[in-house]
Design a protein around this ligand. Structure first.
Ligand code: PEP
Ligand code: CO
Length: 457
């Protein structure tokens, strides 16, 4: 495998997997027993990794191709995975939605789609406050299953180092099942019926999707009649990603390998830095600058070019292809003013990045009945504008980052069934942010195709 092509990243001389500990690390839990934490991280450091350096470098190569417009990135999954959702139907339904969306994209964009799940490690969440008070009782905020439990009890909310080991185990179970499904032919283009979700039979979008699938099946059979079975259609690659927030976990899974230079975070292929922890002098940037993985950073509306450019220098000093992805998450109301200066600055400096749109996180709001939701119109609007702004700047929108699920949820309002505030009660299951359901996800995939085909992408 010729994966060393893009591996020019070298380990900085003043960096070590634990050098982040000298910096301010935001959004970390307070563990009350240092020896318990040390024992858990020592144990974790002995456990096998979840991915390999070969896969990590193959992804970096593919991301380099996406930067050149030869591939499109589809990154999606839950806002927060939970241990309880580590079940066969939830994992396979999420895979089905991602496969259906990628089929729509491959068909419409006429280019390979790079599939990256937000799973097998998406267990730590940044929170706006460290603690939560209910009926006069104050407890630590829930920070994700790798840290503490969601129940409002002293016991559940205590940050428990054993959860580091449990998160690794649940990630491994998830990976194992995803790999087995893919290797077993679940993603075979000859059998898109494997990806049907039982509950969507009467979806308004199902007919359009089925028509497209039938068309692809016909072309595939036609080509194979002429040329014989075509390799590559029977399997696809799937990569994993998560927000590398809890640095003790990430450090314990940062490894050196015999055949490649440098240090790899082998808990995931593609870690990202969240918007709240992307300070240039912070612990997360320090940790990320030394690993050899392809990495991403979330960029919010308050970021100015004079902050972004030094961040790019710190994270990708040698302008290595495929190394750095910037995920902008501006909000439908802000993207028109906030994005263009960043695109222009990066272009002017000639820096190589993959631009990806996250139309979810800038569009979160609360309803009067207490739900955290997102309006589909805002999500669609931000994505629509993102394509136009990139076209105006002469840059390329190379992918999307979405929060979605294969479950029949009512968490985001609007979309094909026009869900309203009162519908949210019916099936609101997310522990953190509201996710797109199947129809809303497919509709976005169709929008991406329309925008790209109309020459604006
Ligand atoms: C997220 O992706 O779930 C998230 C918290 O994003 P951001 O850092 O952009 O707010
Ligand atoms: Co989220």
């Amino acid at each position: 495998m010729n994966t060393d092509v893009t591996h020019t990243q070298t380990t900085p001389g003043d960096w070590a997997p634990d050098s982040w500990q000298q910096r301010t690390a935001l959004q970390q839990p307070h563990y009350d027993d240092a020896s318990e934490l040390a024992a858990a991280t020592a144990h974790l450091a002995q456990l096998p990794p979840l991915v390999t350096s070969w896969e990590v470098l193959a992804l970096k190569q593919s991301l380099a191709e996406a930067q050149e417009g030869k591939r499109f990135l589809l990154q999606g999954g839950d806002c927060a995975e939970s241990f309880a959702d580590c079940t066969s139907p939830i994992i396979s339904n999420r895979l089905k939605v991602l496969l259906q969306m990628s089929l729509v994209l491959v068909h419409g964009l006429k280019k390979p789609v790079l599939r990256v799940g937000r799973f097998a490690g998406q267990y730590a969440k940044p929170r706006s406050t460290d603690s939560e008070t209910r009926d006069g009782q104050t407890l630590p905020s829930f920070r994700g299953d790798v840290i503490n439990g969601p129940d409002f009890t002293v016991e559940a909310r205590r940050p428990d180092p054993q959860r580091l080991i449990q998160a690794h185990a649940h990630s491994a179970l998830t990976m194992n099942f995803v790999r087995a499904l893919i290797d077993g032919g679940f993603a075979d283009l000859h059998h898109p019926e494997y990806w049907d979700l039982a509950w969507v039979e009467h979806s308004p979008l199902a007919a359009e999707y089925r028509k497209m699938v039938a068309g692809i099946g016909d072309s595939l059979r036609f080509m194979e009649t002429l040329a014989g079975p075509i390799a590559g259609f029977s399997r696809v690659d799937f990569f994993t990603s998560h927000e590398a927030l809890l640095l003790h976990y990430e450090q314990a899974l940062t490894r050196q390998v015999p055949r490649h230079r440098g240090f790899f975070n082998l808990s995931t292929h593609f870690p990202w830095i969240g918007m709240r922890t992307a300070a240039l002098d912070g612990a997360h940037v320090e940790y990320f600058r030394g690993i050899s993985n392809p990495i991403a950073v979330k960029v919010g509306p308050s970021v100015k070019p004079e902050q972004l450019l030094p961040l790019i220098d710190a994270l990708n000093p040698h302008d290595e292809p495929g190394r750095l992805t910037l995920i902008h998450r501006m909000g439908n109301a802000n993207i028109a003013t906030a994005l263009l200066p960043l695109l222009e600055a990066v272009k002017r400096e000639g820096r190589r990045v993959l631009w990806v749109a996250d139309p979810m996180h800038g569009n979160t709001e609360s309803t009067s009945n207490g739900y955290k939701t997102r309006r589909f119109d805002n999500i669609r609007g931000e994505l629509d504008q993102a394509f136009d702004i990139h076209a105006a700047a002469g840059t390329r929108l190379g992918g999307v980052h979405l929060e979605l699920t294969g479950e029949d949820v009512t968490e985001c309002m609007g979309g094909a069934r026009d869900l309203s505030e009162t519908d949210l009660d019916r099936a609101y299951k997310s522990m953190v942010d509201p996710r797109l359901n199947y129809e809303q996800s497919l509709e976005l995939a169709m929008l991406i195709v329309r925008k790209s085909v109309s020459g604006q992408g």
